[in-house]
Design a binder for this molecule. Structure first.
Ligand SMILES: [Zn+2]
Length: 361
């Protein structure tokens, strides 16, 4: 059944079947669609689109599909044959295509959304080696489905976009190039993720012209006792005074200690300048960190703290965190990728670490 939304567009197909809230963020689509954009090239595609995709043997019969393109460049793709609630698994990050459209991929498919002369119509295509299909999608409204039943009589707050909030933190810049030491066993696959996270942050620092870099990983030492790491995590979460570094870490060299634990606790990253050394604690391979794509983002997020970044409120971003409601399982994705940081966060890094940053002696 099609109904008219508040914005004059037809109500999106599938709204009666799929949760009106983004299951990833627990936020209404409308709020996410009004978040600040990260790429002006995306702006023409932002919104919800629906249509019917023809049969594509051997994969699927003809079915209704819906795309929701968010200003952050992520897209949610739902199909009629997905069970309700499965849409949390179908968020992808997109890239602008040469023809002005969007493209993304999820093996075995490549997806494209191509604009037409009509701003309310787009061509959607998915192709794989063994199958392909195209459909014309029409812009549709998620507004009505987003209204909670008790609010349906009230005007929709379309005029007030939800601001992206950056929460305060007490991080001070590093005054030396921090030597990184990993506490964990040598065969820990997360060591590679820590190295990749450091490379990522150094790449960002290089791209903004900062003079600062995180040092390379200098040593891998014995794992730290899980009990001390759990206790530290619980103190941080409880807002209590954070205990000193676990006794055993006194004998560990390095300025930034990244503890890869097997214990189950909420990961944390210390801020520079509060203690002389910064401690990053990464919980073990339990859920949600065991979910696809979560652990590399958790590690990169925590090291983001360790160079001075705080949290923001947008669950589509790398540094989202408390007091916002985003959680590590928001990083879940079938496609391996790091969540993005914002230009404001890049500006924060450049303020902490300008081009002429030099280690002080
Ligand atoms: Zn955090």
């Amino acid at each position: 059944m099609q109904q008219e939304g508040d914005d004059g567009l037809s109500q999106c197909l599938l709204n009666d079947k799929f949760a009106p809230f983004s299951l990833q963020s627990q936020k209404p689509f409308l709020e996410l669609l009004q978040a600040p954009g990260t790429n002006p090239a995306l702006a023409r595609h932002v919104g919800a689109w629906s249509g019917t995709l023809p049969a594509r043997p051997p994969f699927a019969p003809e079915q209704a599909v819906r795309l929701v393109v968010f200003p952050t460049g992520r897209v949610q793709y739902v199909r009629e044959d997905l069970a309700p609630g499965r849409d949390a698994n179908s968020y992808f990050s997109t890239q602008p295509a040469p023809d002005g459209g969007l493209q993304w991929s999820s093996s075995p498919f490549q997806y494209t959304l191509t604009p037409t002369n009509d701003p309310n119509q787009a061509q959607f295509a998915l192709t794989a080696a063994a199958s392909s299909a195209t459909a014309t999608l029409a812009r549709c409204s998620v507004a009505q489905a987003d209204s909670a039943p008790s609010q349906q009589q009230q005007p929709h707050p379309t005029a007030t976009p939800a601001p992206l909030t950056y929460f305060e933190n007490r991080g001070q810049p590093w005054t030396k190039i921090p030597a990184v030491v990993i506490a964990g066993d040598l065969n820990n696959p997360r060591i590679t993720m820590v190295r990749a996270a450091i490379d990522y942050w150094n790449g960002e620092l290089s791209a903004i012209g900062s003079g600062f870099r995180v040092g390379s990983v200098e040593a891998v030492v014995e794992p730290l006792p899980g009990e001390a790491l759990v206790q530290r995590s619980e103190s941080i979460l409880g807002g209590q005074r954070v205990p000193e570094l676990p006794d055993l870490s006194v004998s560990i060299p390095g300025d930034m200690i990244v503890a890869l634990s097997d214990a189950n606790f909420v990961s944390y990253g210390g801020l520079p300048g509060i203690n002389t050394r910064v401690f990053v604690g990464i919980g073990g391979n339990q859920s949600p960190r065991s979910l696809p794509n979560v652990m590399p983002n958790v590690i990169t997020h925590e090291i983001g703290h360790a160079i001075g970044l705080g949290h923001n409120s947008d669950p589509t971003l790398l540094m989202c965190g408390r007091p916002a409601s985003c959680r590590p399982d928001d990083f879940r994705s079938a496609e391996p990728r790091l969540f993005p940081i914002t230009d404001e966060e890049r500006a924060t890094l450049l303020r902490l670490y300008p081009a002429d940053w030099q280690p002080s002696r």
